[in-house]
Design a protein around this ligand. Structure first.
Ligand code: 13P
Length: 248
């Protein structure tokens, strides 16, 4: 069964609530494609206005972060049930910016994946290597280990609903994209890892995205690869270019 393409924008810490509503309006007619799942992962403060702004459109709502408890004395945090109630469907987990800047480790990321599923959210689980690991040639083992730890205790049925984003850190926001062959090599390896951890049917079902300086110019070549089922897009998600990626 063919996997459905999924193109998600990760807005990161960009767009005030009013800018967010404007961006949704700008992109509205550009992101229509019945064969693609289109997702906007937005900052927490934009979730409510964007949920309203995308009503009646083909766009699904995603969030960028949450904390693993349902409620309580966790000043400054928001929970998975809060996201769910606000209309969020997808949640980014394990992004390299959260791992590196905010110190999130694979134990927490694994807890987040399980909590997201328990709350009815679909995780977009990010993995990827630094430039040093790429140069050392040990990136394959590194990514396998990330996936193995992050999915500990996650069931095959859940993994079938999972999206995995391969985001080489050296390609994020740098303008340096992995070549289509480099991206395909790792996405294929991730699918084989899922087959080893689970089974062939699960590996065939899981959707794998590439992320890292994907843009209107390079999207078509990346998305043509058999193991690349979509993209997780930062900078280009904030511009009309995003529509070109959706329709690449
Ligand atoms: P850029 O597309 O800006 O390189 O960001 C990629 C990314 O980190 C998406 O999560």
């Amino acid at each position: 069964m063919a996997r459905r393409r999924i193109i998600a924008g990760n807005w990161k810490m960009n767009m005030t609530p009013s800018q967010a509503v404007e961006l949704v309006a700008t992109l509205k007619d550009l992101v229509v494609n019945p064969d693609v799942d289109v997702v906007y992962c937005v900052p927490a403060i934009d979730i409510v206005p964007v949920a309203e702004a995308i009503k009646g459109s083909n766009v699904a709502l995603g969030a960028e972060n949450f904390y693993i408890e349902d409620k309580g004395a966790f000043t400054g945090e928001i929970s998975a049930p809060m996201l769910k109630d606000a209309g969020v469907k997808y949640i980014i987990i394990g992004h390299s910016e959260r791992r590196d800047i905010f110190g999130e480790n694979d134990i927490l990321i694994n807890q987040k994946v399980k909590k997201a599923f328990a709350a009815g959210l679909s995780p977009i689980l990010c993995c990827g290597e630094s430039l040093a690991l790429r140069k050392a040639g040990t990136y394959t083992e590194w990514i396998k280990r990330q996936i193995t730890w992050d999915l500990d205790g996650v069931t095959a049925d859940q993994v079938k609903e999972l999206v995995i984003a391969y985001e080489p850190i050296w390609a994020i926001g740098t303008g340096e994209t992995a070549t289509a062959d480099q991206a395909e090599e790792v996405c294929k390896m991730i699918r084989e890892t899922i087959a080893d951890l689970y089974d062939e049917a699960t590996a065939e079902a899981v959707r794998i995205q590439y992320g890292g300086s994907m843009n209107a110019g390079n999207a078509a070549e990346l998305l043509a690869k058999p193991n690349i089922d979509g993209g997780l897009i930062g900078g280009a998600a904030l511009k009309p270019d995003f529509g070109k990626i959706v329709n690449a």
